[in-house]
Structures are given as structure tokens and as C-alpha cells.
Design a binder for this molecule. Structure first.
Ligand code: SF4
Length: 125
């Protein structure tokens, strides 16, 4: 989630592909390629058709095929990373969120225990 764009791009660029595509001119089969799984998540129908026909005809290369996936993953990560950076720059924000959560949980637990004691007829006061 907080990986740098360069690192994300590098990991996708070095992903294995259909082993049949040894050379750029070798046709492949997206069904045998893990990159296709990413296209299924991130690509629209037109892009998927581009991959299917381009791969099977060797009309596109694997690097070319991976590029839209890289862009889509980075686009998805961008707002998440921006939010993470906001908190990383000011750790007191995180501490405050945790402290507020603890206080809310404490109140709920106190209330629940009061109800349990009442239901069981226990009175410690
Ligand atoms: S063109 Fe795309 S789907 Fe086909 S083997 Fe290469 S990366 Fe996989």
C-alpha cells in the first residue's frame, strides 16, 4: 500500500507471463498469464479485447500489455498513499485516533458490563 510507484511498476514489469511467449513474436494465451488476472480487475472491455487479440496474435508485447495495469494500480494507490503520507508526516494524528478509539471502546465495555450485571442481578456498588 505504501510502496513507491517505481517499486510497484518494477514488480509488475517483472511478473511472469505466459511461458509460451519466449520471443516478442511468439503468440500467447492470456488464460495462462497472471497479468491477465490483473486486466480482469483493472481493465474495461475494450482493453481486455486489446489484450486478448494482441496476445494471441503476438500483436502486442508483454511490456506493452503490462503498462495499462501499472497505470491502473498506481492510480488506485494514489489516494491511499496520499492519506498515508498525511498520517506519516504527523504521528500525533494516529495517536489521537487510537486514543479516541480506546475511549469509545471503554465506554461501550462499561455500558455492556453494566447491562450484564443488571441482567444477572449482580450489584457491586
Ligand atoms: S501479452 Fe499480456 S496477457 Fe499475453 S502473455 Fe504477455 S503479459 Fe500476458
Amino acid at each position: 500500500m505504501r510502496e513507491s510507484p517505481d517499486s510497484v511498476a518494477k514488480k509488475i514489469k517483472t511478473m511472469p507471463t505466459d511461458p509460451a511467449r519466449i520471443r516478442r513474436t511468439d503468440p500467447g494465451d492470456p488464460a495462462k498469464c497472471p497479468v491477465w488476472q490483473l486486466h480482469e480487475v483493472y481493465s474495461d472491455d475494450a482493453r481486455k479485447e486489446w489484450v486478448q487479440s494482441g496476445c494471441k496474435s503476438a500483436g502486442i508485447g508483454c511490456i506493452e500489455c503490462k503498462q495499462p495495469v501499472i497505470e491502473a494500480v498506481l492510480e488506485e494507490l494514489k489516494p491511499i498513499q496520499e492519506r498515508a503520507a498525511h498520517y506519516a508526516e504527523d504521528p500525533t494524528l494516529v495517536k489521537n485516533v487510537v486514543a479516541e478509539g480506546c475511549e469509545r471502546a471503554r465506554k461501550l465495555a462499561r455500558e455492556t458490563m453494566r447491562e450484564v450485571r443488571e441482567a444477572m442481578g449482580l450489584n457491586y456498588s
